[in-house]
Design a protein around this ligand. Structure first.
Ligand code: NAD
Ligand code: TYD
Length: 352
């Protein structure tokens, strides 16, 4: 069956990998990328597929309910993969309201539009919400994991807004029968990630001999997954996930922040031909993030046993590929930091 898929947030980090995978793997599908192009949206991430016949970019804001509904009336979407969001915890601490608007209200606008446009003819339709493991809260002990059944306990404005949107997506399924699926994934890393997040920020700072800010004592633990593996998991869940279900996605790859930074420093020393130990000197312990969650760890057994997905890359390989990508995409980093891409692409699309 041919599919018309709306991907939201496709110009962002994870969304760009999802869009590329779908455009290349499914030439019979039409892929519509709806993105507002906030500071985190960058069409340069999709330059290699922007002229593909089955790819369409739509600049727009999911917070605009009328616009979103008109889009669903114009295009016969039968699948939605919803990634658009404000995604950075530190920004959510600085200004929570943006997170409420985009992550909660924007999601409800999409749910309403899908429900209205699909007119209760739900056969062959699916609304997929891409979410985070941060909704489950923080783990205190090494032997604890997040399961799909773990009660929600969000603790930052970001995770609270994602938890709200997950609840609303489930409520639309329960109350209106909207066919939905949700995945909750651990921390992603890889090409195209905005350098406010730990790994690209550290790579960029090391390259320019700037300090690497480590929050608190660097003891917080995150589970890291290569972004292309996440995109593969989304493809599998979108096509084969059971309607109404939730799937955890993880890398089975937990690192204390300080150990991860030490490893990254060694990789950078090697790649930049600097004596081992050079980059480590840049580590600077800074004031901890308010409410900093101690540990996230995912049990992704359900996804493996029911749908056969598991990560394809070992962390060492993924980190090496990631460092290579950032070192060979200096211009990308420069454009992102100076905001140059924003001006360029916004102008280009406003002229169409
Ligand atoms: P990102 O910040 O890199 O990209 C977000 C994208 O959404 C950008 O292109 C931005 O322009 C777009 N956007 C923001 N507000 C919008 C609006 N109002 N209307 C339309 N588009 C808008 O985020 P990411 O890291 O790629 O995360 C994508 C999704 O995956 C998010 O929902 C996030 O919660 C989830 N997630 C992220 C991670 C991670 O480690 N990055 C892990 C698990 C889940
Ligand atoms: P981040 O990449 O912001 O993802 P998240 O907060 O969603 O997990 O941060 C990953 C971890 O690294 C988190 O424990 C906070 C920490 N961190 C630092 O120590 N220094 C930094 O400059 C940043 C951005 C994050």
């Amino acid at each position: 069956m041919k599919k018309n898929i709306l991907v939201t947030g496709g110009a962002g980090f994870i969304g760009s990998h999802v869009v590329r995978l779908l455009v290349k793997k499914y030439p019979d599908y039409q892929i519509y990328n709806l993105d507002k192009l906030t500071y985190a949206g960058n069409l340069e991430n999709l330059a290699d597929i922007e002229n593909a016949d089955n790819y369409h970019f739509i600049k727009g804001d999911i917070n605009d309910a009328d616009f979103v509904l008109s889009l669903f009336k114009k295009h016969p979407f039968n699948g939605v993969i919803h990634l658009a969001a404000e995604s950075h915890v530190d920004r959510s601490i600085e200004s929570p309201m943006e997170f409420v608007f985009t992550n909660i209200v924007g999601t409800v606008n999409l749910l309403n539009a899908a429900r209205t446009a699909w007119q209760n003819q739900f056969e062959g339709h699916i609304f997929y919400h891409v979410s985070t493991d941060e909704v489950y809260g923080s783990l205190e002990h090494d032997d604890e994991y997040f399961f799909e059944t773990t009660p929600y306990d969000p603790r930052s404005p970001y995770s609270a807004s994602k938890a709200s949107s997950d609840h609303l997506v489930r409520a639309y399924s329960h109350t209106f029968g909207l066919p939905i699926v949700i995945s909750n994934c651990s921390n992603n890393y890889g090409p195209n990630q905005f350098p406010e997040k730990l790994i690209p920020l550290a790579i960029n700072n090391i390259k320019h001999n700037k300090t690497i800010p480590v929050y608190g004592k660097g003891e917080n633990v995150r589970d890291w997954l290569y972004v292309e593996d996440h995109a593969q998991a989304i493809d599998v869940i979108f096509h084969h996930g059971k309607t109404g279900e939730t799937y955890n996605i993880g890398g089975n790859n937990e690192w204390k922040n300080i150990d991860l930074i030490h490893t990254l420093c060694s990789v950078m020393d090697r790649k930049l031909n600097r004596p081992e130990g050079t980059s480590r000197k840049l580590i600077t312990f800074v004031k901890d993030r308010a409410g900093h969650d101690l540990r996230y760890a995912i049990d992704a057994t359900k996804l493996y046993s029911e749908l056969g997905w598991e990560p394809s890359l070992q962390f060492e390989e993924g980190l090496s590929k990631t460092v290579d990508w950032y070192l060979s995409h200096e211009k990308w980093m420069e454009n992102v930091i100076t905001g140059a891409y924003e001006a360029y692409y916004k102008k280009q699309y406003e002229q169409r």
